[in-house]
Design a protein around this ligand. Structure first.
Ligand SMILES: NCc1[nH]cc(CCC(=O)O)c1CC(=O)O
Length: 309
């Protein structure tokens, strides 16, 4: 047994740190290892530094992962803990998603100051969200609302809401739960009306391909059901868009060897959308997601994607 601690990379936000601590606890329990065997290394990423513009504007998801991946590739880190939702669909050469923790609740949480439910907000009320998917889904259900871009840490968004800068906001319930803020939502949105982002609610671990010492350690905490579902959802995303400019939702569940997938693409103004349901064997998770993506892309036609970008 080696004595040098494993170096775990994470972003430094309270949510990212909570995810890294959860991963460490699971590894300690699975292997009977002491805390000293894991060193948590928190890095500030470009995505953390720029908080006044939407992710689509500043270049997408890779901004949260690039610094961590550089240090993984150079061997300074042994593995990195991420929100799977923030991961680009294509990873740098030599790295892979080696494990997924059991998925948290996938639903989006509505936090309303002006009304407890999205459908009850007064006409013209202001809703803050930086996610293109949430913005489009809100506009689809409530075209009268004023949707504004709203980034920052969970606490910053909740403070802005408390100060009255917006009448409501939406956050992933998973993140709120991990921060001990499970009582904050006034409504949990049904994934049928308000499908989550691909990979929402799932923590993943990224490591080096071929690093057997680390990958064997991580394998013991991999949750197969989550792995299958997220693989399907990420394949759907990958077949549609790598740019973060298209509102895309996708949710897979797996049970008794079967996977059920539901996906949707929308125009940013929510006025048009296409959705798709599919199912098959879990062993085909990747293919089911990819083919659903290709099918919905064909249904929408190329004009759909060109109409706003
Ligand atoms: N892009 C930020 C982000 N990435 C992952 C989560 C929540 C946790 C998760 O989905 O696992 C959040 C915050 C949010 O969407 O409210």
């Amino acid at each position: 047994m080696q004595t040098k601690p494993f170096r775990i990379g994470t972003r430094g936000s309270p949510l990212a740190l909570a995810q890294a601590y959860e991963t460490r606890s699971r590894l300690m329990a699975a292997h009977g290892l002491p805390e000293e065997m894991f060193e948590i290394v928190a890095l500030t990423t470009k995505g953390d530094r720029i908080t006044d513009r939407s992710l689509a504007e500043i270049g997408g998801k890779g901004l949260f992962t690039a610094e961590l991946e550089e240090q993984l590739a150079s061997g300074e880190l042994d593995f990195a803990v991420h929100s799977s939702k923030d991961m680009p669909t294509v990873l740098p050469d030599g790295l892979f998603l080696s494990a997924f923790l059991p998925r948290e609740d996938v639903r989006d949480a509505f936090v309303g100051a002006a009304a407890p439910r999205l459908v009850e907000l007064p006409e013209g009320a202001t809703v803050g969200s930086s996610s293109l998917r949430r913005q489009a889904l809100i506009r689809r259900l409530r075209p009268d609302l004023n949707v504004i871009t709203f980034r920052g840490l969970v606490d910053t968004r909740l403070r802005k809401l408390a100060e009255g800068q917006v009448d409501a906001t939406l956050l992933a319930f998973a993140g709120l739960k991990r921060l001990g803020k499970q009582d904050v939502p006034t409504e949990l949105l049904d994934p049928r009306d308000f499908p989550p982002a691909p990979a929402q609610g799932a923590i993943c671990i990224e490591s080096r391909i071929g690093d057997e010492r680390v990958n064997t350690l991580l394998e013991s905490i991999n949750d197969r059901t989550t792995h299958d579902a997220v693989t399907c959802e990420r394949a759907f995303l990958g077949a549609l868009d790598g740019s973060c400019r298209t509102p895309i939702a996708g949710h897979a569940t797996s049970e008794d060897g079967k996977i059920h997938f539901y996906g949707m693409i929308l125009t940013p103004d929510g006025s048009r959308f296409h959705d798709i349901s599919s199912e098959g064997n879990v062993t085909d998770a990747e293919r089911i997601g990819r083919e659903a993506g290709e099918a919905v892309r064909a249904k929408a036609g190329t004009g759909f994607f060109e109409s706003w970008s």
